[in-house]
Design a protein around this ligand. Sequence first.
Ligand code: SF4
Ligand code: SF4
Length: 441
Amino acid sequence: MANEKTNPPLPGVFDSHEPPAQELIEQCVHCGFCLATCPTYVLWGEEMDSPRGRIYLMKMALENKAEMNEKWVSHFDSCLGCLACMPACPSGVEYGKLIEATRAQIERNFERGTAEKLHRRLLFETFTKPNRLNLLRWPLLVYQKSGLQSALRAVGLFYLLPKSVAAMDELLPQVKPVEAVAAVTPAQGERRKRVGLLLGCVQRTFLSQVNAATARVLAAEGCEVIAPPEQTCCGALCVHAGEQERAAALARSTIDVFEKADVGTIVINAAGCGSNLKQLGHLLRNDSQYADRARRFAAKCKDVSEFLAELSPRAERKPLAARVAFHDSCHLQHAQAIRMQPRSLLAQIPGVELLEIPEAPICCGSAGIYNIVQPEAATQLGDRKANLIAALNADVVATGNPGCLLQLQSALAKTNRSTPVVHTIQLLDASLRGLPLKSVL
Ligand code: SF4
Ligand code: SF4
């Protein structure tokens, strides 16, 4: 993978390693249809914080008419990478590729302040390493169970600390015992498929009940589930934040592991990871050893709702009385065009009443590490979404991404209803096992 030394600068501010492609930039005809779907434009009404404005800034930089300075970079840092602008665009501008390339350029060529650099490094060195996340479980459990967390919140200590620290505290889920997924879970009844299961990093450590539910549902539907324990982070957080080399290394390792597992499909229950893995062919397109393998790997990836919607249901769905508000994760609805599949899974459960959340295309503010590095905008978006959900009077919110789950949980806790949030697959799992809603809360 190229770096600063091997990539001489172009006449503009970008280096020559995969700058945002001019032909993609030129597809933008400045019509503005994307503006209403862009969360940062909705919040601030600033042209340069809209997709059209950001594409214009890329063009200026490419033509050597803009500097990569703090102001220029801030408009890209404030982008959630939610991709709501893509389905709204009649010209088919591939904004995802543009922002990915721009962010990689920023991380290579822009000198961030020391504190910010350290903070970002700490996040990547922790969130992409399941072993390190696992080491945090006990101290965090003590922090929560000893009453220290409540005491610090009660005295308002977090108001004195940087906002990102308060954001991390608010996002922290209740630490629960780990429900490990076996390396091989046999299919129930006659085997219909052999599938791989991506375990994720945060999901494996702090939301392991989601992985356990996914493996049970897949097995109940006749799938043998292979969950290689040696799998690493897939690199989604890195690619979304412009850490391209780190992302590529993690992508190669994920490909190696699942090639060995010899599975026909790789099932993913985290929308952010799924959208990344489906794009590995693009990320590794210039890697002579991995380009073809990455394309083959990407073609096998399916979100769990997508996979189950294609597989005719075999296991009996038992009643589960619940008013369920479904939240579309951006990396499911915009990046993977998956909207109907999770709704159809929920509709298969007798007793479930499905509720639609207004402003569904607008991001909840989670967006990878966005809610930690841009806590103010993320909080505004989270509060906006939480108020819309609270008005629905739902028993539970279902979603398909761990980042959204934690973000909504934290935002809803501030409303007077505090509606619980779960992964869609947990509701299906409860139905297949004949358990009540409270078993998953
Ligand atoms: S990715 Fe999301 S935040 Fe960024 S420009 Fe597009 S709609 Fe706006
Ligand atoms: S909708 Fe597409 S073409 Fe129109 S301004 Fe937005 S990105 Fe450009």
